[in-house]
Design a protein. Structure first.
Length: 165
């Protein structure tokens, strides 16, 4: 029996194919809520072992909950708070292998064990984050970082988000 030596995880759709699906999904639509909703749904439905995927949008000094898939989540996160607020403030992707070991982690779903947060960047400006949780510790690997960063870029390039601020 063949074994994937690079990862113990089985993804039903590979990263490149998923990015292309995301591109096709938002093609011809520039509404930020519609695109965020469909991209969150695509990731949640296609990627293995996720219990939450969604967007937060920066309004003033807070990230406010946007379209997502998963259990209900906290609606407002201050900049620098939790994994989301930290990723937004530092304008960089954070991969957290064990959320229990991340000081200030905000537990919206107690089932979450690991997390990835990608800032939504437009030039030097941050205007939100794309966040995903897994119930499996140490779940997110390099292919996930590449995937979530690519989806975040697609969303930024393909959506009129500023009009909705
Ligand atoms: N865990 C996040 C909060 C958002 S939920 O995971 C949906 C954080 O620490 O910022």
């Amino acid at each position: 029996m063949f074994r994937n030596m690079q990862s113990s995880r089985q993804h039903s759709v590979d990263t490149a194919a998923l990015v292309e699906q995301g591109r096709a999904l938002i093609d011809g639509e520039r509404d930020a809520v519609a695109n965020a909703a469909n991209l969150a749904a695509l990731l949640y439905a296609s990627r293995a072992a996720l219990n939450w995927v969604g967007f937060y949008f920066l309004k003033g000094d807070e990230l406010v909950l946007g379209p997502f898939q998963g259990k209900p989540a906290c609606t407002r996160i201050a900049l620098n708070s939790g994994v989301c607020g930290r990723a937004a403030a530092e304008r960089r992707t954070l991969v957290v292998p064990n959320v229990c070991a991340f000081p200030g982690h905000i537990a919206c779903d107690p089932a979450s064990r690991s997390e990835i947060v990608v800032p939504l960047l437009d030039g030097g400006d941050v205007f939100g984050v794309l966040d995903a949780d897994s119930p499996i510790e140490n779940h997110f690997e390099e292919d996930d970082r590449l995937l979530f960063e690519a989806i975040a870029r697609l969303f930024v390039a393909g959506s009129d988000f500023r009009a909705g601020r």
